[in-house]
Design a protein around this ligand. Structure first.
Ligand code: NOJ
Length: 386
């Protein structure tokens, strides 16, 4: 079993300049500042991984560092990640590289970003460049949570570029799925035997009342089902379009955090969320529902290997974190016992890092932002005991 933790470049590295930093500069998000300084200190993160008994680490490379201008690649930046991967491999920790984790180079953003018709081609070129440096990295995530990215940036406009249009959001999802297919091909060409997938954000949508089944279904279909179906079956479904892609997805990557309770609303086909009292919530108010990891894995594995690419809790309490992980691992083990090929689990996150609109207020880390230990945490033992 592959066990470890996950991070992303913007959230931990510091010293980045991308579309999200523009957003910060406009006062639309808290400033990232130096983050966890992992750009300088990422080798120290390997020590933390060893300390928690990890044999697996998921991190992302920052596109804006690697392709600072359109078509001009910075080999130095990739070599910095290359040194880090050598360090991981030497420590016996299997790397998983994410190519896109929400942030974009400014030139890409300024010229239309994921609405550009040629965005899949541009992304494929970037994927080809990066993967040529890592023939020994066995696991790859092309894009992280295309559904969340499109929702936040193009439906509710909370993230860059701040648009509010379902039509645009669907176009973005479609382009990201096409970009995934391109990147998939490039990685497979450069890295023999690589396992390549998408990290899908998946949620349980629980209907409230009989009519709640309608919005819960619509959410489940567009948010959970459509992207993973496109990946595995190679077909984009309406309302995103009706197009064939290549079949990809060597494993199903799942980021699982929470359940939404959804009630019918005459004003919105996607309904409204309800928040009953007395349920377990993280410090951001998200309901904690450990059984959901089991339900999700069972529903969306499509007979393929499954990797939990993220699962975690924002909390001030370390013992609550340990409890959270134990409970989720227990359900995951049950799915495995019932024949689902669960290959890995990554806790989000190794460190308290920059949580997008919530800045540094949300504490997901096993370690603090400055790498202090919060308490006992051994992922291998937690899995064995689950
Ligand atoms: C999923 C995202 O991939 C990650 O960037 C974020 O920090 C966590 N969820 C927690 O919200």
């Amino acid at each position: 079993m592959l066990l470890g933790a996950a991070t992303s470049a913007h959230q931990v590295e510091g010293k980045v300049q991308n579309d999200w930093t523009l957003w910060e500069n406009r006062g639309k998000a808290p400033p990232v500042g130096e983050a966890c300084r992992s750009w300088e200190r990422m080798e120290e993160d390997v020590e933390l991984l060893k300390e928690i008994g990890a044999n697996f680490y998921r991190f992302s490379v920052e596109w804006s560092r690697i392709e600072p201008d359109e078509g001009r690649f910075n080999g130095e930046a990739v070599l910095r990640y290359r040194r880090f991967v050598d360090h991981l491999l030497k420590a016996g920790i299997t790397p998983m590289i994410t190519l896109h984790h929400f942030t974009n180079p400014i030139w890409f953003y300024a010229t239309g970003g994921w609405l550009r018709e040629d965005s899949p081609i541009i992304f494929g070129r970037y994927a080809a460049f990066v993967s040529s440096f890592f023939p020994d990295v066995p696991f790859w995530i092309t894009v992280n949570e295309p559904n969340v990215f499109a929702y936040q940036g193009y439906v509710i406009g909370a993230w860059p570029p701040g648009k509010r249009s379902i039509t645009l959001a669907l176009k973005v999802v479609k382009n990201m799925l096409k970009a995934h297919v391109r990147a998939y091909g490039e990685i497979k060409r450069n890295v023999k035997g690589a396992s390549v997938g998408i990290a899908h954000h998946m949620r349980v949508f629980q209907p409230v009342g009989l009519l709640g089944r309608i919005p819960a279904f619509l959410r489940d279909y567009t948010f959970n089902f459509l992207p993973v179906y496109a990946e595995v079956k190679g077909r984009i479904l309406p309302p995103a379009g009706f197009e064939s892609l290549g079949r990809t997805g060597d494993f199903i990557g799942i980021n699982y955090y929470t359940k939404d309770r959804v009630r019918f609303s005459p004003k919105d086909p996607f309904g409204v969320e309800v928040y009953p009292e007395g349920v377990w919530r993280n410090s951001l108010g998200w309901e904690v529902y450990p059984r959901g990891i089991y339900e999700t894995v069972k529903r969306f594995s499509f007979g393929k290997p499954v990797i939990i690419t993220e699962n975690g809790i924002a909390t001030e309490s370390h013992s609550e974190r340990v409890e959270f992980v134990s409970r989720h691992l227990r359900w995951l083990k049950r799915a495995k016992g019932e024949g689902i090929n669960v290959k890995g689990y990554l806790y989000w996150s190794l460190l308290d890092n920059y949580e997008w609109l919530d800045g540094y207020s949300a504490k997901f880390g096993i370690f603090t932002r400055t790498r202090e230990k919060k308490g006992d945490f051994n992922i291998k033992e937690l899995w064995e005991r689950a």
